[in-house]
Design a protein around this ligand. Structure first.
Ligand SMILES: [Zn+2]
Length: 469
C-alpha cells in the first residue's frame, strides 16, 4: 500500500510540477502545497472511508426522512463513526423537525381517456396533504407554468386537477439551472392552483430526461389558501398525459394518504479538530443527513455527509494539525424544513462564534469540477480574491473556483458574514436520481466520490493555511 502511494506521488508530482512552477511567483501557493494536495489525494483514494460509510448509511439504514426511525439511526451511526476518528470533540445539537409521512402507496390513474384507464407512476410531494381515503376524481387541465393560471381563472379551473407540465430546459449546460427554471411548479403550484378552486395538482417530475421514475420533493403551502393534494408523475407519464389532453378531455383519479404529524426532536451531528493557532476561526464542512423517504438518499445527500466526515479522517491520517478549527456538520432536515441549518446558524450567533467559511456538498457524489462561492457583497468582494492563487494547485485536478451558490444548509450563516462555498461536482446525471427510488448506493461511483472528498480536503487545507485575507 505504501509503495503504491509513493509511486503515485512521484509520478503525479512530476507531472504537475511544471504547472505549479509557472504560478510559483504568486505570493501564496508553493510546491510544498502541490505535494501536500497530492498526499491528500493519495490518502483519499487509498484509505478513504467515505465509500464504506456510504454503504452503511444507504444499505443498512436507507431513506432517512426527518422524524423517521431511520433518520434517528443515521444520527446515531454518524456520531459513532465521527467518535472513532480521535477528534477533539463530537457532539449532537438538538433541533425540532417536521414529521411528514407518505402513508399508502399513491394511486394516480387516468380514469377516462382515449386510451381507457392507465396507471401513472406517481409520488406524493413532500408536505402535501392527502386526498382522503376515498380519493378524488376530476378532469385535468394542463398548463406550462403558474403564469397561465390567471388567464384560465376560476371559470376553467374550479373543481379541476391542474397538471403542470413544463420540462427542464435541455439547453442549460448546468442541470441545476434547468432545475431552478422548473421547480416553482413543484414548490408553489398547489397553492397557486388552489387560488382558483382547483382540487388537486399533478406535476411533471423535476428530471433532466424521459424515464419512468417519479421524483418527489417539497411543496410549500401559502398561508390563507386551501391546502390541496399534489403528486409528481414520471416524465414519461407526463408526456403521455400531455398527448392525451391534446386530443380530448381526460379524467384522473388520485388517492394519497400522506399527512403531517407533530414535530419530533432530532439533531445535527458535529465533530471538530480544534485549531492550534486560531481556534476561534471556524471552517465548516458539511452535508445533510436527512433524505426523502424513497430510494436510499445516496447522492442526496449521503455522499455529502460521508465526504465531509472523511475530510476530518484524512487530516487525522496525515497527522495534520490545523491552525484554524475544522468542523464537520451533518445537518438535519434540509429536505422539508431546513431546521438543522437554521438551528446551527442561530446557535453560532448566540455563542458569538466566528466562522471563516462554510463548505457544503449537496449536489451529488459525481466527478469533482470545483467550487462555487457566495457571500454578502462586502464579504465576497473582500475574500473571493484571496482564493484565486489556489487555482495553481487545484487546476491539475480539474478544479475551478468561481462565483455561484453555496448550499441550503449553510445559507442561514450568510448574514453573519460567512463566506459560503458549494462543492461542485459534474451536474449532468444528478437529476436522473434526485428524490427518486433509484437514488441508491449503486448509483454512486467509488472513485468519483473519493475524488470529491480529496477536492474538498484540498480546499480546506489551503484555506486553513492561508486564511481569506
Ligand atoms: Zn440535498
Amino acid at each position: 500500500m505504501n509503495k503504491r502511494i509513493t509511486f503515485c506521488s512521484i509520478y503525479f508530482f512530476l507531472s504537475v510540477l511544471p504547472t505549479v512552477s509557472v504560478f510559483a511567483q504568486t505570493k501564496t501557493v508553493t510546491d510544498e502545497d502541490a505535494l501536500y494536495i497530492r498526499q491528500i489525494h493519495d490518502v483519499a483514494l487509498n484509505q478513504g472511508r467515505c465509500y464504506p460509510w456510504l454503504y452503511h448509511l444507504t444499505k443498512k439504514i436507507g431513506a432517512r426522512l426527518s422524524g423517521s426511525p431511520q433518520a434517528a439511526a443515521a444520527v446515531e451511526y454518524s456520531y459513532q463513526m465521527l467518535d472513532t476518528l480521535g477528534l477533539d470533540s463530537v457532539w449532537l445539537q438538538p433541533c425540532m423537525v417536521p414529521h411528514w409521512v407518505r402513508g399508502d402507496r399513491e394511486i394516480v390513474r387516468i380514469a377516462q381517456s382515449d386510451m381507457g384507464s392507465v396507471e401513472l407512476r406517481a409520488l406524493a410531494l413532500g408536505n402535501s396533504v392527502g386526498t382522503g381515503e376515498a380519493g378524488i376524481a376530476a378532469e385535468v387541465v394542463a398548463v406550462m407554468g403558474i403564469d397561465e393560471l390567471e388567464k384560465l381563472g376560476e371559470a376553467k379551473l374550479k373543481g379541476k386537477i391542474v397538471f403542470f407540465n413544463r420540462p427542464f430546459d435541455a439547453t442549460k449546460l448546468n442541470t441545476f439551472e434547468a432545475y431552478g427554471g422548473a421547480v416553482d411548479q413543484r414548490a408553489y403550484g398547489a397553492s397557486e392552483a388552489a387560488k382558483y378552486g382547483a382540487v388537486g395538482v399533478l406535476v411533471r417530475s423535476m428530471a433532466s430526461g424521459l424515464n419512468d421514475d417519479p421524483h418527489t420533493g417539497g411543496l410549500l403551502y401559502k398561508e390563507g389558501l386551501p391546502k390541496i393534494p399534489a403528486c409528481a408523475i414520471s416524465t414519461n407519464d407526463a408526456e403521455l398525459l400531455g398527448r392525451l389532453l391534446k386530443k380530448s378531455p381526460v379524467k384522473v383519479y388520485m388517492r394519497t394518504t400522506c399527512q403531517t404529524l407533530s414535530d419530533k426532536p432530532s439533531f445535527n451531528v458535529i465533530g471538530e479538530i480544534r485549531g492550534s493557532e486560531r481556534p476561534d476561526e471556524i471552517i465548516v464542512v458539511g452535508g445533510h443527513l436527512d433524505s426523502w423517504d424513497v430510494g436510499e438518499g445516496a447522492h442526496d445527500d449521503g455522499t455529502g455527509c460521508v465526504q465531509s466526515m472523511d475530510v476530518l479522517h484524512i487530516f487525522k491520517r496525515l497527522n495534520y494539525q490545523p491552525k484554524r478549527t475544522i468542523r464537520c456538520v451533518l445537518f438535519m432536515n434540509e429536505e422539508n424544513g431546513l431546521r438543522g441549518g437554521m438551528t446551527y446558524a442561530d446557535e453560532a450567533k448566540r455563542k458569538g462564534e466566528r466562522h471563516l467559511a462554510a463548505i457544503e456538498s449537496d449536489r451529488g457524489g459525481f466527478v469533482p469540477r470545483g467550487f462555487t462561492v457566495d457571500g454578502e457583497a462586502a464579504v465576497f468582494t473582500e475574500k473571493f480574491p484571496a482564493m484565486q492563487p489556489w487555482h495553481a494547485v487545484l487546476e491539475p485536478y480539474g478544479l475551478h473556483i468561481k462565483k455561484g451558490g453555496g448550499g441550503a444548509d449553510i445559507s442561514p450563516l450568510k448574514p453573519q458574514g460567512v463566506l459560503l462555498i458549494g462543492f461542485e461536482p459534474d451536474s449532468q446525471r444528478y437529476f436522473d436520481f434526485h428524490h427518486t427510488e433509484v437514488d441508491n448506493f449503486e448509483a454512486v461511483n467509488r472513485r468519483e466520490l473519493e475524488l470529491g472528498t480529496a477536492a474538498m480536503t484540498s480546499l480546506i487545507y489551503l484555506m486553513d493555511k492561508y486564511g481569506l485575507d
